[in-house]
Design a protein around this ligand. Structure first.
Ligand code: GDP
Ligand code: MG
Length: 168
C-alpha cells in the first residue's frame, strides 16, 4: 500500500553536515520525496508538532527541550511516499530514540553516539538526527501541520512502480 510519511531532519543533522547522507539512505529504500523544505519553525509550530503526548511519555522537560531545540535552529521537513513509507522510515532510523540502542546500519545507530544519559546530563533533547512519524495517522496530521497541498511536487520516480510493485 502506498502511503505518505512525515520526516524531519533535526538541527544536529544540519550542523554536522549529514543531510545528504541521511536523505541518500532514505532514497535507497525506494521512497520518493514528495515535498521538502528548509525552515526555522515558530515555537507554536514546534509545540503543535511535539504535542502533550510527548510530555506524557517522557516528561514536560523533554517536550520543552524539543520545542526549544527545533524552534531555535533550522530543520529540514519532508514528506516521503511509497509502499509502507511509515515503517520503512522508522526501520531506517533505528529502533529507539536512544542512538546507543540502535543497530549498526541505521541512521541513528551509525551517525550519533549520544545516549539518554548524556542528553539528560546536558539537559537537552537527545540529538538523534531525525524525526519520523510513528503511524500513518500521525503522519497525515504532521503533514497537514507542515505542508500545504500546494507544496507537493507533481512527479514520479521512473523506477517508482518497479521498486514498489516488483521489489516490494
Ligand atoms: P522518536 O519517535 O524515536 O523520535 O521518539 P519519541 O517520539 O518518543 O521522542 C521524541 C524525541 O524526544 C526523541 O527523538 C528524543 O530526541 C527526545 N527524547 C525522548 N526521550 C528522551 C529522554 O529520556 N531524555 C531526553 N533528553 N530526550 C528524550
Ligand atoms: Mg516520536
Amino acid at each position: 500500500m502506498t502511503e505518505r510519511t512525515f520526516v524531519m531532519l533535526k538541527p544536529d543533522a544540519l550542523h554536522r553536515g549529514k543531510v545528504g547522507e541521511i536523505i541518500g539512505q532514505l532514497e535507497e529504500t525506494g521512497l520518493q520525496i514528495a515535498a521538502i523544505d528548509i525552515r526555522s519553525p515558530s515555537k507554536e509550530l514546534a509545540r503543535e508538532h511535539y504535542g502533550p503526548e510527548i510530555a506524557e511519555r517522557h516528561g514536560e522537560d523533554v517536550r520543552e527541550n524539543l520545542v526549544e531545540y527545533i524552534s531555535e535552529f533550522t530543520v529540514i521537513p519532508m514528506v516521503l511516499q511509497g509502499r509502507n513509507a511509515v515503517s520503512k522510515v522508522r526501520d531506517t532510523m533505528g529502533e529507539s530514540f536512544d542512538p546507543m540502542e540502535c543497530s549498526p546500519g541505521s541512521i541513528r545507530g551509525d551517525l550519533s553516539s549520544y545516549s539518554t544519559d548524556a542528553a539528560t546530563e546536558e539537559a537537552i533533547a537527545i540529538p538523534n538526527l531525525i524525526h519520523g512519524a510513528e503511524s500513518a495517522e500521525a503522519a497525515e496530521n504532521e503533514i497537514d501541520l507542515w505542508f500545504p497541498e500546494s507544496e507537493f511536487a507533481a512527479y514520479e520516480r521512473p523506477d517508482f512502480d518497479y521498486i514498489n510493485d516488483i521489489l516490494g
